[in-house]
Ligand binder design. Structure first.
Ligand code: AMP
Length: 213
């Protein structure tokens, strides 16, 4: 049995064409079913639905043989024990710093005072500001980060930006682009050895179906 870990939503939807290229069709719609294990047209392949931030953990410990996860989630996890053969070029966005539209970010940084930064992505934020030589107090949040600068909880946020509409709707502006994000295929290293032929076949089919920019 080959088990693939996916999260519902954009990653699931954008992985379907890649699966199709590998001859795999998921037989149930996760938006309509409450099942967490979805069968496919291949009796030896199944999909498990997990929270996006849990995909690397499932694959690391062998709860799934493969998974699809955002680079953001992968960096926060650390990537230990994971073979990362492919950038799937899906679920693309960027990791950015944003502040209130009426704040002067450059001036805030110039004062040398510690910057309060709210984010779910503490590893990425810590590394980014350390490289810049800016002292920060990181405030870990799990969602609605846009609220933090509006309520005075933080001076800035580090979050994913796609169209920029969420920032705009909350009167925030993007002031630094930290990195481009896309989703990656991750594989359990022991599974790659034990189930080499079927896993290689999936990796090769995905590689052939990845859309270039
Ligand atoms: P947008 O308004 O299009 O800039 O989207 C920003 C919101 O969607 C933020 O709350 C992000 O956390 C979330 N978001 C955007 N792109 C992604 C992605 N590829 N994966 C996960 N969350 C995303």
């Amino acid at each position: 049995m080959i088990t693939l870990a996916l999260s519902k939503g954009r990653i699931f939807d954008e992985t379907l064409p890649l699966l199709k290229a590998a001859g795999i069709e998921v037989l149930e719609d996760p938006e309509k079913s409450r099942k967490l294990i979805l069968p496919t047209n291949q009796a030896s392949v199944r999909v498990v639905l997990v929270r996006a931030s849990d995909v690397p953990t499932y694959v690391e410990y062998g709860g799934a043989d493969l998974g699809v996860t955002g680079l953001d989630t992968l960096i926060e996890h650390g990537g230990q024990g994971l073979y990362q053969p492919l950038d799937l070029n899906i679920a693309k966005c960027r990791m950015s710093v944003a502040v209130r539209a009426d704040d002067d970010y450059a001036a805030l940084v110039r004062t040398g005072a510690r910057l309060k930064v709210a984010t779910k992505y503490t590893a990425i934020a810590r590394d980014f500001f350390a490289t810049k030589g800016v002292h920060v107090d990181l405030i870990k949040l799990y969602g609605s980060m846009e609220l933090a600068p509006l309520t005075g909880l933080a001076d800035a946020i580090v979050d994913l930006v796609s169209t920029g509409n969420t920032l705009k709707a909350n009167h925030l502006v993007e002031v630094e682009r930290i990195m481009d994000i896309s989703s990656r295929l991750v594989v359990n290293q022991a599974a790659l050895k034990l189930k080499q032929a079927p896993i290689r076949a999936i990796i090769d089919a995905f590689a052939g179906a990845v859309k270039k920019d």
